[in-house]
Design a protein around this ligand. Structure first.
Ligand SMILES: [Zn+2]
Length: 634
């Protein structure tokens, strides 16, 4: 790469394209390297219109630029510190740069003039034209100006939304004298927080984690009710007007770009053209079972409290996992007492890579490629013929300064037959991986394998370039493997703990599903201008709390990328369950099935319509039967 800094020194980004040197990158090199990469990209973009293959030329023009931005973001997430400021600056620059590219009318014209030779080029051309049109390339000058003003204001509003929410969280908490049931560590910190405020007893500051603990474990019902009301009413006064303005501007944006509303703007090019109809079908299927589970829970709660007239409230059931009574019910079934799964990371990783090797007929060998931290280990992935498919850096352990959660990143998609570059990050305690950690490991490796198997000559056809409502299918499906007895045995998990983990996964599935559908349903309702509370009410078996202002906390859609797209998680569960039916029927490590899946579904990246890929693998269209059967819905 051209990485000479403005002061003449050689930049740490100055290396061959298609490599990554995580051990040498330094944050101060990012912006100068971007300057050089931007100049090179602009020169290449100038040649696209006269190129013999404009789709290839356009796809390749920003390869180096995109690599630097991605690496800076990846290192900010795993190292924190000064990388975060540098990455934020790089992201802001990249957003301006990409917006300017997608407004260039001669590039738009050059892509439009391409006569596609086959379905892959036709799909790429359509997707690229949509990017240009959503960037305003087809609008007149007044339209482009208005679009730019809307996008600038939406960026400000997203930042305001998050700042208001964080301010509300920081100012919120519940004082109590009855901390019965809460874990010792929380009680200790709540006593200290009370003392710091000159209060007796305990003060539980608001955080999502603290709220979850209180709602699940606090014996005192008033405390749970107060915490619930706090959590659904947070930021309502400050974010109410922000939400209203975001929704109005998104609607105007959609209409400016020729769509009736924001949901249909965002649905363009996705698998589902009518996500609302999908969610309604799912809710109809799960509701009867959820009602039966609710009746059981109510009977249990009355027996548990000895109050025969007890009624459950939203604080007890508006929860994606378990509220207080569901936690007690689960404990009464001794699911929680069988001993938790705890697997050393080295074992979990060895079993996973061996299993993936068996399933896909590939090998993982340790690579001589240092990472960004001594914990990081790299592997070279090769197919049966010895072809080097990908180099994968893995950063498993939780660490100070590292962003929580798990993710996969693909900073480099090779289009010349060379290896793709991939990183997988999790946050597993050194003591070992529990069931949730194992699922995250396999999930992120699902993304990594999708990326690694992609074969394309167009850099803009990585899995990430595909529809938002497909991308989580090939990762979600991998979460099935660590629950399988065969895999748990290989990891040395005792049969009792394995059985408990599987039973836990099948506990109150319909109720959990209905609770998980609240957010995607609200997302669509809000973007269609509907009142959110009746929509929430349709998913809860008890009256919605009058203080409920869930939209004011819904940062995934108002300060993140999931606006009109939150349903994708529910759709992914349908894909994952249905795709997995072939593995359960033919063997979860059957190499013929694995190769067929890799070839028919994964290797296309974003080149083809995912519905066609899935039809090619299953021999039929997707349907809900598998997810309903897995969730025990009759
Ligand atoms: Zn994912």
């Amino acid at each position: 790469m051209s990485g000479i800094c403005s002061n003449g020194a050689v930049s740490s980004f100055d290396h061959r394209l298609g490599e990554a040197r995580y051990e040498v990158y330094v944050p101060q090199d990012v912006l100068p390297a971007l300057d050089a990469a931007e100049a090179a990209a602009l020169a290449r973009l100038d040649l696209v219109a006269g190129s013999e293959e404009p789709l290839v030329a356009f796809s390749d023009a920003t390869a180096e630029y995109d690599f630097i931005v991605t690496v800076a973001g990846d290192l900010a997430a795993v190292l924190g510190g000064v990388w975060q400021e540098v990455s934020r600056a790089a992201d802001q620059r990249a957003a301006r740069f990409r917006a300017a590219v997608h407004q260039r009318r001669e590039l738009y014209g050059a892509i439009r003039a391409v006569e596609p030779a086959g379905p892959v080029q036709a799909r790429l051309r359509t997707d690229l034209l949509r990017r240009f049109e959503h960037g305003g390339a087809h609008l007149d000058a007044a339209g482009r100006d208005r679009l730019a003003a809307i996008n600038a204001r939406l960026a400000e509003l997203a930042a305001d939304f998050m700042a208001n929410l964080q301010a509300a969280d920081a100012a919120s908490g519940i004082a109590t004298h009855d901390a019965a049931g809460l874990p010792e560590a929380l009680v200790d910190s709540a006593r200290a927080a009370a003392a710091a405020r000159g209060l007796d007893g305990c003060y539980v500051p608001y955080s999502d984690a603290n709220a979850t603990i209180v709602l699940r474990q606090a014996e005192n019902r008033q405390l749970r009710e107060a915490m619930y009301r706090l959590s659904v009413a947070r930021a309502a006064p400050s974010n109410g007007p922000v939400v209203a303005e975001i929704l109005a501007l998104r609607h105007e944006l959609a209409q400016l770009l020729g769509y009736p509303d924001f949901v249909r703007l965002r649905s363009a090019g996705r698998m589902l053209t009518d996500p609302q109809a999908f969610l309604e079908e799912l809710a109809r299927a799960y509701r009867p079972q959820a009602d039966r589970e609710h009746a059981e829970l109510l009977a249990f709660a009355r027996a548990y409290t000895g109050e025969q007239t007890l009624e459950l409230t939203a604080a007890d059931v508006d929860n994606q996992l378990d509220g207080f009574y569901a936690t007690k019910l689960r404990e009464s079934l001794s699911l929680a007492r069988a001993g938790a799964v705890c697997v050393p990371v080295a074992t979990a990783r060895r079993v996973m890579l061996d299993a993936l090797g068996e399933l896909y007929t590939v090998t993982f060998t340790p690579a001589d490629a240092p990472g960004w931290h001594p914990d990081v280990e790299a592997f070279d992935l090769r197919d049966a013929s010895g072809r080097h498919l990908a180099r994968i850096w893995c950063d498993w352990y939780v660490r100070d300064g590292k962003r929580p959660g798990g993710w996969m990143s693909g900073p480099w998609l090779a289009t010349d037959g060379g290896p793709h570059l991939v990183s997988v990050v999790t946050n597993i305690p050194r003591a070992g991986a529990d069931m949730g950690d194992l699922r995250i490991m396999w999930h992120e490796f699902g993304h990594a394998m999708h990326f690694a198997f992609t074969r394309t000559r167009y850099r803009l056809r990585s899995p990430d370039d595909g529809p938002l409502d497909f991308i989580e299918g090939p990762s979600r499906i991998m979460e099935n493997w660590p629950l399988e007895p065969q895999i748990l045995r290989r990891m040395g998990v005792e049969e009792r703990a394995a059985a408990a983990a599987r039973a836990e996964d099948r506990f109150r599935t319909a109720s959990r599903k209905m609770a998980r559908m609240v957010r995607p349903a609200l997302d669509l309702a809000l973007h269609r201008g509907e009142d959110p509370l009746p929509v929430k009410q349709r998913h809860l078996p008890v009256p919605v709390d009058p203080a409920d202002a869930t939209a004011a906390q819904f940062h995934h859609i108002f300060a993140g990328h999931y606006g009109a797209g939150h349903y994708a998680y529910q759709w992914a569960s349908v894909m994952d369950a249905d795709l997995f039916t072939r593995f359960t029927a033919e063997g979860i490590l059957n190499p013929a099935t694995g190769r067929d899946y890799a070839q028919k579904v994964l290797s296309a990246g974003a080149e083809r319509d995912p519905a066609d890929l899935i039809r090619g693998f299953l021999g039929r269209d997707l349907n809900l039967h598998a997810v309903l059967a897995r969730d025990g819905v009759r």
